[in-house]
Design a protein around this ligand. Sequence first.
Ligand code: SF4
Length: 324
Amino acid sequence: MISPTGATITAGTAGCGSLRIPRNNYKMSQFLHFPTVIYIEPTNDCNLSCIMCPRKKSSKAVGYMPFKLFRRVIDQLAGHDIAQLSLHLTGEPLLHPQIIDMVHYAKRSGMRHVRFATNATLLDDDLARGLIESGLDSLTVSMDTTTAAKYCPQREKLFEELDSKILRLIELRHQLGMETPKVDMQIIRMNSTERMIADFVSRWQGVADRVTVKPLLSWAGLINVPQKSPTRRLICMNHLTQGVVQWNGDVSSYCLYIDHQGDSAGIIDNLAHSSLEEIFLGAKRRAIIVAQLKGNYDVVPHCKRCPDWNDYLNGVKLKEKSEL
Ligand code: SF4
């Protein structure tokens, strides 16, 4: 096991200062700790093809995480204080035949908040009931529209059924006497949805547990997004807080890293060779964090071209929440 050694590093960057990180000698152990927000990717397969999704740019083979590997990941997380476990990354989680077993195993292992984002097009009564009974804490439905959408041809056919699938899930939850999963209806703010946002919010307010308007993310610079301000670069909090396990056991700390060049440059290691603790507390992640703290943001190429740090810097900016 590799533990944080408390090595002292010297800082003094403007970026760190603005995050109220002490400008002089501070302990690395303040920053190098096991991530508290974990993403596990059950699959990178999807039944849709939306214009704002970078999936198609990935050079990674499409696959499904074997349940045995999932169990190993959860077992390695179990001793740590994980604030949130998300079971999605680039694919549609409901495509995984064992998604309900995954949620159930994670909850049984003590994960505090288990959630995932879904396009919900595959949701049927059995899946809805299974998810409610599995102990899933919350479900983000990336509906992204109020009408048949031009930006995703498949949704045009499926959209009419989506409303009733969500309503049925909420109804079933009531029937079963459960309060979870909380349902968060989400729309991404972009040119093609701008005019729908008001309708979307009023459609779901008072019906879902939450409505979220989310900015369009660049997925580590792969998608063009409008310039954001402030432009002065600061550390991305994801490096300090997040860990990602892809379907094949690849581990990264770069939230939205997609291997579009086929070089796996953003992968820290694979679970076939090391444990999560070794990876997250090891030399490679430590070097990335030290570089970020020193204001050397170019160390991770994907982060260099990514403007999303600005949204993640302050979680409340990421979501314009309408708490209901
Ligand atoms: S800078 Fe971008 S790619 Fe890098 S960790 Fe932050 S949000 Fe993810």
